[in-house]
Design a protein around this ligand. Structure first.
Ligand SMILES: [Zn+2]
Length: 213
């Protein structure tokens, strides 16, 4: 999923631009390594939401921290300690933390798409918190975060800042499958939805945009 850079602001031939284009917020990240991809996924996703919020006359609040941890040494969220092999958004402090050893393993095994599913999904929870969205069942919260992740990637590809590699589609969907619950126990408090439901939510956002979520 190569980063193609932000689109140049076009000015008619012969005219000098009246304003200088703002510096790319993701400058210095080439997406060539795991850590750069992770930072890029965060930066691009927040850039996407900043624009969306602006369109709606709102102000997006960037997360306050983006914490990489290893196994059990992650930050706690309220009274909840962080656990290995996980990534999470914490509303208490508005931050995201991820087990970077686990995420890098996913990245090495399944490709960079893993990062572009996990990070936008967690930032989707940040967006839900900012919007104050309420859910009856946790699974609805999770499926909407998958939908937001799809909308983010679709939007970034549409904006020309991300280019889809051949096979990315399958990669992204495979990641959701790996992260899907083994059963569709949607009533369970930690339910994330079956692989099929997660994939279809993601696709719904990818093709229909944020309003489809
Ligand atoms: Zn989630």
């Amino acid at each position: 999923m190569p980063f193609t850079g932000f689109p140049a602001i076009e000015t008619p031939a012969g005219e000098t631009p009246a304003v200088t284009a703002p510096a790319s917020p993701c400058e210095g990240e080439d997406g060539q390594t795991f850590l750069s991809d992770v930072r890029l996924a965060r930066c691009l996703t927040e850039w996407f939401w900043e624009g969306r919020f602006q369109q709606d006359g709102r102000t997006y609040q960037p997360i306050t921290r983006f914490v990489a941890y290893n196994g059990y040494d992650g930050p706690s969220c309220g009274a909840e300690p962080s656990v290995p092999n996980n990534a999470f958004y914490c509303p208490d402090g508005h931050f995201i933390a991820f087990d970077s050893v686990w995420l890098q393993e996913l990245y090495d095994q399944t490709g960079d798409g893993s990062v572009y599913v996990v990070i936008p999904h967690e930032l989707g929870h940040a967006v839900q918190a900012l919007l104050g969205t309420r859910f009856t069942f946790n699974v609805d919260r999770e499926l909407q975060a998958d939908c937001y992740a799809g909308a983010t990637l679709g939007g970034l590809i549409q904006a020309g800042v991300l280019k889809e590699d051949e096979g990315d589609d399958g990669e992204l969907l495979a990641n959701l499958e790996a992260a899907g619950d083994p059963t569709d126990a949607w009533w369970s408090p930690d339910a994330h939805g079956s692989p099929e439901r997660r994939q279809s939510s993601f696709t719904q956002g990818f093709t229909g945009g944020v309003s489809a979520c």
